[in-house]
Design a protein around this ligand. Structure first.
Ligand SMILES: Cc1cc2nc3c(=O)[nH]c(=O)nc-3n(C[C@H](O)[C@H](O)[C@H](O)COP(=O)(O)OP(=O)(O)OC[C@H]3O[C@@H](n4cnc5c(N)ncnc54)[C@H](O)[C@@H]3O)c2cc1C
Length: 401
């Protein structure tokens, strides 16, 4: 039997987190069963005041950046404690306001001046960052990127294009990879830069997704001047800076708790006697859907175990490698299977084409929106094929193709 029980200190900490959420989370921010949190959407106006209160409450505890030292606004939590915070926030449907992972990169590789300039505003929520890595010809093979930065006195002058930049339309800061030495081997001529999105010469063009969201963008650079002192780490060694993923929780526990809640919402819908009367669930007509649901619940347990495995490695001071790839690949492919099962369960009531929450679109089209939005999950952050390559080579030790 696998025993996931907390030890007494962890149990006490968990109770503290639960009490904190119960007493401080503004009710209007709690995720509702028919709500899906979109990626990089603007916070709705009516929730902004509540979000401010919630941010202030989190800041008191250092939980905006729980892994950082207390001196710079963190809470110095252990990996296990971070896991508990993430698990309980997900279970309560509480928004997880947190610093961008660029903060941990600055913490590890940044100069003292950069730490002073960039970390505190991040904790206060004054900066919103986007990631300028991918380019039209450089996604999986990121090291082939072409956006050029040429040194001119104390500045770099940037020309080129980034794409799929999530949240660039809302961000006021970007961290990006640029080519500073075109003659060096491709991993060695790259520099990691920080810049304001208000710098002259930057233009942002939103890209519309099939799920109707406009979460990501193309970003163009035309003679954009960035001070050389904004390079993080050594010039031309930015590839290794960009590969830093130290110091943040990456078990995906929030996602796997969310997946179980999503399945529970579907189960609740199917089991609701009023719905059975109404006939919008197809389970009675298609008993095979029962088996599909059983499969999805089984997979939800597997996803949860992957999260546990990653966190227990991190807690033991190990750095998960192919294990994170397994978790990412499984989780994202599972979310697509879940969306397919849900839309099949609703049949035509899946509501793909209807705009309103009338009698034909139960749960505000939650399932069809999920069906469309999870397509990109197996691409973002490294495609499933790339994750399989990592598992095959680093995990199984198979030769590279
Ligand atoms: C929702 C979303 C948000 C994103 N946000 C950002 C962001 O904020 N910032 C940013 O910089 N980027 C972002 N991206 C871009 C993302 O990192 C890239 O889309 C991803 O790395 C894949 O690159 P690509 O789209 O260029 O596809 P390609 O690399 O061109 O791949 C095309 C196909 O070929 C396959 N393939 C490629 N190489 C191999 C190989 N060696 N072996 C086997 N198969 C291979 C891929 O799996 C894929 O199926 C985002 C993407 C999505 C979908």
């Amino acid at each position: 039997m696998v025993d996931f029980a907390d030890n007494p200190e962890q149990a006490a900490f968990r109770s503290h987190v639960k009490e904190f959420i119960a007493s401080r989370l503004p009710p209007e921010l709690k995720l509702k069963p028919d709500e899906v949190r979109g990626f990089d959407e603007e916070d709705p106006e009516e929730k902004k005041e509540a979000l401010g209160r919630w941010r202030a409450a989190l800041t008191e505890n250092g939980w905006i950046a729980p892994m950082w030292p207390k001196e710079i606004g963190g809470a110095n939590l252990s990996k296990q404690e971070q896991f508990i915070v993430n698990e309980e926030f997900a279970a309560a449907g509480a928004p997880r306001l947190t610093v961008h992972t660029v903060g941990s990169t600055i913490m590890v590789h940044g100069s003292e001046e950069q730490k002073r300039e960039f970390l505190a505003p991040m904790v206060r929520g004054e900066t919103r960052w986007c990631q300028g890595y991918s380019e039209p010809g450089s996604g999986s093979d990121l090291a082939s990127l072409q956006t050029r930065a040429v040194r001119d006195g104390d500045d770099f002058v940037i020309n080129g294009q980034k794409i799929w930049t999530s949240g660039a339309h809302l961000a006021n800061m970007m961290f990006m990879l640029v080519r500073t030495d075109p003659d060096a081997p491709k991993h060695r001529g790259i520099t990691y830069l920080l810049l304001s999105m208000e710098t002259p010469g930057i233009s942002v063009r939103p890209l519309k997704q099939m799920s109707e969201a406009s979460g990501f963008n193309e970003v163009f650079f035309e003679d954009v001047r960035v001070p050389v002192r904004n390079a993080v780490g050594e010039i031309n060694r930015g590839w290794y800076v960009g590969a830093t993923h130290l110091d943040f929780e990456r078990s995906g526990i929030g996602q796997s708790v969310g997946q179980i809640q999503t399945l529970d919402a579907l189960k609740g819908f199917i089991g609701d006697p009023a719905e059975q009367q109404r006939g919008r669930s197809k389970v009675a007509e298609k008993p095979v859907l029962r088996h599909e649901l059983a499969d999805r619940y089984t997979e939800a347990e597997v996803a949860y175990c992957f999260s546990r495995r990653v966190i227990s490695m991190e807690a033991a001071g190990q750095i998960p490698n192919y294990e994170s790839s397994m978790a990412k690949m499984f989780n994202t492919e599972f979310s697509q299977r879940m969306a397919r099962t849900a839309t099949k369960t609703l049949g035509l009531y899946g509501g793909l084409f209807s705009e309103t929450d009338d009698g034909y679109t139960p749960m505000k089209r939650r399932w069809s929106r999920m069906y469309l939005s999870t397509v990109s999950a197996t691409i973002a952050g490294g495609t499933s094929e790339i994750q399989r390559n990592v598992i095959a080579t680093r995990g199984l030790g198979l030769p590279r193709g």
